[in-house]
Design a protein around this ligand. Structure first.
Ligand SMILES: [Zn+2]
Length: 476
């Protein structure tokens, strides 16, 4: 969760679903389309702030500029140069990249940390540009999905419902459209087209696919989840078909790789989850940046930018923590002013030495009556809303645990927790070739060797030539 309060209204206007037959700009094929270009742009424009609020922007403006410049130059050479092209680096540790209709393209710091050259980055951006120019995401938005987006908005009578049961992530999920194999091959083809127009070596895109394939194998062995793969299937075969395509084409002039200059930009980049933004350890959730801790009550923690959700085992109840403006009283009033919400008598109390206001509430929603209890706590100049919420029938049975979670909120005083920092990439400049094992011994990392090999795109039994290589440093 970020310091900034999020009162985000996901106000997607009712999209008028009109169908038309149009020529696909990138492929030249005539096709049936449900969405006009104007609607396509509007979809992207509406969803962009939701993505940014939920996932957060990577704060390094030099990296943002670098990615944006390459993306914009490539998009200008595409068949749809006039879209409002937008390229963003998200502050997210997962290995992911995706495009929204209308030219909004996102890559995570997680995928950046796994890339080996500027040409690989250009390959990823080119692939995502391809999804947009070929109108994959726009065409994928079926009537049903559009209707669902509309429904989602209708249900957002407030933060209450949006936060409850992860509705926010559901809306996001809609935007992470899963493309079929044909769309993926086409995006790879277009990615090669765009990256080579900029002079980048297209074989580097095959390297990206190999890295993604290894990431997925690691994940299937219990490692990290490769988000990109949930929307981009079969990197294995794609690596080979990219190489085949390159061999069959005339790309002799496309030779730019830019390995060293790219890698230098990654020096000191956070690697993996950033504990400063909150983490659970055992039954305690810690937030070093906001200096609080609380018990999870054994409930599952879902730490998002906009809110921390503690979700009951049955999924029928939650405690949702958000940052609000004003005093606890003002934040409660704000809540009470929402349509369909009835708030009971407010009671002042002290929670672990912190001033607080408690009140019960009920909310009428399209899904029925929700009930719960609000605890607003002032701490460190902020007001925290801890909303216990469940279906009206379920609230009495979950209330004791929800109250225990709410009431456990307290100032974090553990200095080690407050000082906790993320792991970071550190670039090592080798003067001579080393075996992978020698590299690990002389330049140790705090992560598993299999991860070190993966992010350097080398084999564990292999060797590292002179030049720049990544390791991961930080507290264990
Ligand atoms: Zn794709």
């Amino acid at each position: 969760m970020r310091v900034r309060s999020l009162l985000l209204i996901f106000a997607v206007p009712a999209v008028v679903v009109a169908s038309s037959c149009a020529v696909n700009p990138a492929t030249g094929a005539r096709e049936f389309s449900l969405v006009s270009e104007g609607q396509e742009i509007e979809m992207g424009r509406q969803a962009d702030p939701v993505i940014v609020a939920q996932m957060g922007l990577y704060p390094d403006s030099a990296v943002q500029r670098y990615v944006r410049d390459i993306g914009l130059r490539m998009a200008a050479l595409s068949e749809r140069p006039d879209l409002p092209w937008t390229f963003r680096v998200l502050d997210d540790p997962t290995v992911n990249a995706f495009a929204l209709p209308g030219g909004f393209i996102y890559i995570t710091r997680g995928i950046l940390s796994h890339l080996d050259s500027e040409a690989e980055l250009a390959g990823i951006l080119g692939h995502e540009i391809g999804h947009v120019t070929a109108r994959h995401s726009a065409n994928q938005m079926s009537r049903a999905q559009l209707a669902q987006v509309g429904l989602g908005v209708g249900m957002i009578l407030s933060e209450t419902v949006r936060s409850y049961g992860g509705l926010a992530s559901q809306s996001l999920g809609l935007l992470f459209l899963k493309f079929g194999r044909d769309d993926e091959s086409q995006a790879d083809e277009l990615g090669i087209r765009y990256m080579t127009r900029m002079g980048y070596d297209p074989r580097e895109l095959a390297g990206v696919m190999t890295m993604l394939s290894r990431t997925s194998q690691l994940a299937s062995g219990g490692g990290r989840a490769p988000e990109w793969l949930s929307t981009h299937p079969d990197p294995d075969n794609r690596s080979q078909s990219i190489l085949d395509q390159v061999a069959a084409g005339d790309y002799a002039a496309a030779t730019t790789v830019e390995r060293a200059s790219f890698l230098r930009r990654l020096d000191d980049m956070p690697f993996g989850p950033n504990p400063r933004e909150g983490y659970a350890e055992g039954d305690i959730f810690h937030h070093p940046d906001l200096a609080f801790r609380m018990s999870t009550g054994g409930w599952q923690v879902n730490n998002q930018r906009a809110a921390v959700q503690f979700i009951a085992p049955g999924g029928n109840a939650a405690v949702v923590l958000t940052l609000e403006g004003g005093s606890p009283e003002a934040a409660l009033q704000d809540f009470a002013s929402q349509e369909g919400v009835a708030v009971g008598q407010a009671r002042r109390e002290t929670v672990n030495g912190l001033p607080a206001v408690r009140a019960g509430f009920e909310a009428q929603t399209q899904e029925g009556v929700l009930a719960g209890e609000l605890l607003h706590i002032a701490h460190g100049g902020n007001t925290y809303r801890l909303m216990g919420i469940a279906g009206g029938q379920d609230w009495p049975s979950v209330a004791p645990t929800a109250r225990a979670i709410q009431g456990s909120f307290q100032e974090e005083r553990d200095r080690a927790v407050l000082a906790r920092q993320p792991h970071r990439l550190d670039l090592v400049d080798l003067r001579a070739t080393l075996s992978f094992d020698q590299f690990r011994q002389r330049h140790p990392s705090v992560v598993d060797p299999v991860i070190v090999a993966l992010i350097n795109q080398v084999e564990q039994g292999g060797s590292l030539d002179r030049g720049l290589w990544k390791r991961v440093v930080g507290q264990n």
